[in-house]
Design a protein around this ligand. Sequence first.
Ligand code: 13P
Length: 256
Amino acid sequence: MKKYLIIANWKMTPNSSKEATELLSATASAAKKIRNVKVVVCPPFVYLRLFSKNSKVGLGGQDVFWEEAGSYTGEISAKMLKSVGVQYVIIGHSERRRLGETNEMINRKIKQAFKYGLKVIFCVGEFERDESENYLQFVKEEVIKGLEQISAKLFKNLIVAYEPIWAISSAKKFGKGFFHPDTPENAFQMSTYIKRVIVSAFSKNAGSVPILYGGSVDAKNAADFLVKGNVDGLLVGRTSWNAKEFGELLKNVNKI
Ligand code: 13P
């Protein structure tokens, strides 16, 4: 049976270790009942140790630095992540790109994460979907530059998350609440496009790299993205911060 990968990106929430423990245990018990989903939680670094004993969900970091160790104030290494049981790491999230992260920095981070056997959730996505379709070239460039000079043999640990920036709940673009998702039909087109870019730029065997969709995913639209959008999983922000809503999302996916 196909197992969808559902990644909970907690971003910079919750505010305390107590709340993180509660959210984790509620998330893990919701995940335990779902047969067709692998859930991975990516909490802020300071909460990673709370997860060490929880095997119901996978554990991911939200970023990693490209150097091994040394004088890099505020950074976290791939080796450190491994040492606390982390298996996955998000790299190149648009909220980090907005703070100045470039394709070249992302490429170095991906190389370092692969070196330590971490599974990389590599985020790409355009600012806007313009009519002349420049966004296709933009996403293509992000994909190619992010993966430059990386052996396609390492792509067994690669997951690409297509997150159109305008669709992320933090974008508040349309001024009407948080959620303004893409459509499953567009997610389908973009995931097919990204797969094609990877195959033609890197390796004809890279067609099996899983592609996720992220951006205003909630309990109502999750199953549609997976079925009509034909993606391999979802990268979920805001909805994953509330165990009840995230549990509803998982239940709906379980009905597929
Ligand atoms: P939202 O689900 O809050 O739109 O966030 C998407 C995201 O950025 C996940 O990485």
